[in-house]
Ligand binder design. Structure first.
Ligand SMILES: *[C@@H]1O[C@H](CO)[C@@H](O)[C@H](O)[C@H]1NC(C)=O
Ligand SMILES: *[C@@H]1O[C@H](CO)[C@@H](O)[C@H](O)[C@H]1NC(C)=O
Length: 184
């Protein structure tokens, strides 16, 4: 009796687990509500960034970066991601990339995760190029960002993302803000 009821529990658990797993794999949707350049100090750079959804799981990204003042580790970048259940609810930090000098960022994250894919759609600088020289002009053309992975990693909810560049620990010459929603 005992072992049979134990077996039922296992069967029940595996059904629940399967349903749960199925739920995780079910197609989620990602909607970008907003992407804005919140702040830009054009003494240092001029930038552009835009997204267009072309298919269910592919977003095309276009962007430009004009460097007007040599960019080295005096500039630090950071990324912050907050999440809330409701769009106007209470947002809590879920992910954070601490301030990192631009040259350091290029030798690490950029080199490992971005450069190989970016270079096919842009004249993105080689990871060893640092500082980025004054006068440099980089552009990204129709880069197909696959959001499938992102959707499966992000739990449904509302997200606010901030990308910032800080100069000499003093002020932010560049801030981009985005708002997106993941739902089932
Ligand atoms: C940003 O994009 C617009 C339209 O695509 C373009 O006209 C403009 O020159 C771009 N600006 C910069 C700084 O790249
Ligand atoms: C995330 O939440 C913290 C704490 O409430 C806040 O200081 C920060 O500005 C928020 N960041 C974003 C990207 O909304």
């Amino acid at each position: 009796m005992r072992s049979s009821s134990a077996r039922s529990v296992v069967v029940l658990l595996s059904i629940l687990l399967n349903i749960d797993l199925f739920g995780v794999q079910a197609e989620r949707k990602l909607k970008l509500h907003k992407l804005e350049k919140f702040k830009e100090d054009t003494r240092f750079f001029e930038t552009n960034l835009s997204f267009v959804e072309v298919e269910d799981n592919v977003v095309k990204v276009n962007g430009e970066l004009k460097v007007k003042y040599q960019v080295d580790d005096h500039f630090e970048v950071d990324v912050e991601v907050n999440r809330s259940e409701e769009r106007d609810g209470e947002y809590k930090s879920v992910f954070y990339v601490a301030k990192t000098g631009v040259c350091n960022f290029m030798k690490t994250y950029y080199k490992e995760f971005f450069y190989d894919r970016l270079k096919e759609y842009s004249n993105a600088p080689d990871p060893s190029t640092c500082p980025l020289p004054e006068g440099a002009h980089y552009h990204l053309d129709d880069y197909p960002l696959d959001v499938k992975m992102l959707k499966s990693l992000l739990k449904p909810g509302h997200y606010r993302i901030e990308f910032k560049a800080m100069l000499d620990h003093l002020f932010y010459p560049l801030i981009y803000k985005a708002e997106l929603e993941v739902f089932e």
